[in-house]
Design a protein around this ligand. Structure first.
Ligand SMILES: [Zn+2]
Length: 197
């Protein structure tokens, strides 16, 4: 039975690596996969999913106004696919998550979405919130804080290493960087710990 999967993580957990490996496993067995990634993520160049350990694959890009059910139907006219992979799934709109759910239910093709759970202010991305609501299965791609605990949060830093507490959920083209932390160290970085601790 086809399912909608949400593989969620914080920044720099290696979710693109996990996605590319899973897609490779299908292709190694002569099954085609269809890869999608967000147009706002241009780190790897347009239409490419790349991981920090150096592997990558071609992908189609999605934009907020795209109907992904229609896009996938158009792709299927060129040949069958065994699974659909979506990177940067936090940038899906709620409507697009429903479109992917219809692909799973009506076309019976598994959709594996990979994305960030929360932004630098600890708030769910709309795409991730809808995936958390609709996914048949969820898996956490884990990484650790500098203290060794599981990292679930992320801070945004400017190019001087100062933690930014304000700003848009999606920052494009800046020099900011992201560090994944456990919740306690995220609170400390955001200035939310009592004096005594
Ligand atoms: Zn920590």
């Amino acid at each position: 039975m086809a399912k909608l999967y949400f593989n969620y993580s914080t920044m720099n957990a290696g979710k693109s690596t996990v996605l590319l490996q899973a897609s490779h496993n299908y292709r190694e067995n002569n099954m085609q996969t269809y890869l999608l990634t967000a147009s706002v993520d241009d780190r790897a160049g347009a239409g490419r999913i790349a991981s920090r350990i150096g592997i990558g694959a071609e992908a189609d890009v999605f934009r907020p106004e795209d109907d992904l059910h229609a896009r996938i139907c158009a792709r299927l006219e060129q040949g069958a696919v065994a699974a659909i992979f979506v990177d940067e799934a936090q940038f899906l709109t709620p409507d697009q998550v429903w479109q992917l759910a219809r692909v799973v239910d009506d076309l019976r093709i598994p959709v594996l979405a990979y994305g960030l759970r929360v932004d630098f202010q600890g708030k769910l991305f709309p795409g991730s919130a809808t995936l958390l609501a609709l996914a048949d299965e969820m898996r956490e791609v884990r990484t650790i804080c500098h203290c060794g605990k599981k990292a679930t949060m992320v801070v945004r830093q400017d190019d001087q290493g100062n933690v930014l507490t304000e700003g848009d959920q999606v920052q494009i083209g800046g020099n900011e960087s992201y560090v994944s932390l456990c919740r306690r160290h995220w609170r400390a970085a955001m200035g939310d710990l009592p004096e005594s601790s």
